[in-house]
Ligand binder design. Sequence first.
Ligand code: AMP
Ligand code: TRP
Length: 362
Amino acid sequence: MPKGPWLSWLERLDGIEEVVGSSPTGSTMAKRIFLTGLRPTATALHLGNYLGAIRDVLAIQEKGAPFFLFVADLHGLTTEDPQKVAANREKILLTYLAAGVDPQKTIIYYQSALAEETLLLEIFLSRFFSVAQALRVPTLKEKVRQPRQASLFLLRYPALMAADILIQRATHIPVGKDQEAHLEVSQLLARQFNRHFGYLFPIPRPYQTQGVKIIALDGQGKMSKSRPQGAIFLNDHPEEAKQKIRRAVTETLAKPPKEMSPAVASLFLLGESFANRQEKEQLANMRQEYFRGTLKFVHLKEVVGQAVGRFLVDFQRRYQSWQQKPKLLATILEEGNRRAKRHAQETWQLVAAKTGFTLPRS
Ligand code: AMP
Ligand code: TRP
């Protein structure tokens, strides 16, 4: 361990583990800051999004650490029409609020509210990111194979994501496995910036969440908006949701079955996520029946449908109630945008000082 004041030691350090941990004197060096975003590409999210992403957000906001939660509307523009993005971003906001995001605890905002700071930072970060490197990012590599769909803006996706994170100097990023490659780019760019200009950014790390994966009801891979027949959307009519569950793919039970198929495991998971006490007991019994080889899937589907249906009724009631308060909604968004932007401006000032590149006064 080098001697001297820990700040100079920090400046030479390029690993996250040490940075967000404790300093040689035992104090915490970088404040824990959580940050995550969702792209507004669909009119409604499905239960996979809810259980895989939104429920984690609710757990994080109870930790009491600063938490930046945004709608990634600029990222939406990489693949969608601006009109669609503008219409959908409010739906994501309403979904967050209806799910229980508390604007007193969580800073909730649109990415575009800090477009200036974010895009400026992206310029500095992308100077460390070659076109060849961008083309190697797995998510982009696939899309670039269809050249008509791959715009130049799409290629900027990972650097823009890095800018979202670093403009708030966030340390903990709750995202699913599909975002790991992007987060690695953020880490790389934070390190490069620190190395060239002196330490400014804590290296953001993925924040391990529960990591549940919901299988599509038709058994075809994970629940996804691209196959609506296998997905339950948060705005599905509860009866329609029950119908979908009744039609869900199960399995022919071996006696006794060895391992539960992912489709059936996912049905149990859906049920258990929304069950009341009585339903939890019923589901626990059904698990035992499953392993005895005596479970009747109609019974399982009935209980899962009931639990999911009740959740949808409650969720939709809360969603509509927020929808009926446009003034409050606007105030919440304004306040969130303002706080997020103020923090981003602070970071931008630090970037300007480090790089020596200040903006001319206008
Ligand atoms: P997407 O709808 O693919 O843009 O994903 C938005 C968020 O929801 C990401 O954090 C995903 O990891 C999560 N997610 C999407 N589909 C599922 C699923 N079937 N099960 C669990 N999480 C999911
Ligand atoms: N790329 C993320 C997704 O598609 C959304 C996103 C944009 C994001 N910027 C971010 C997530 C910054 C976490 C941090 O789901």
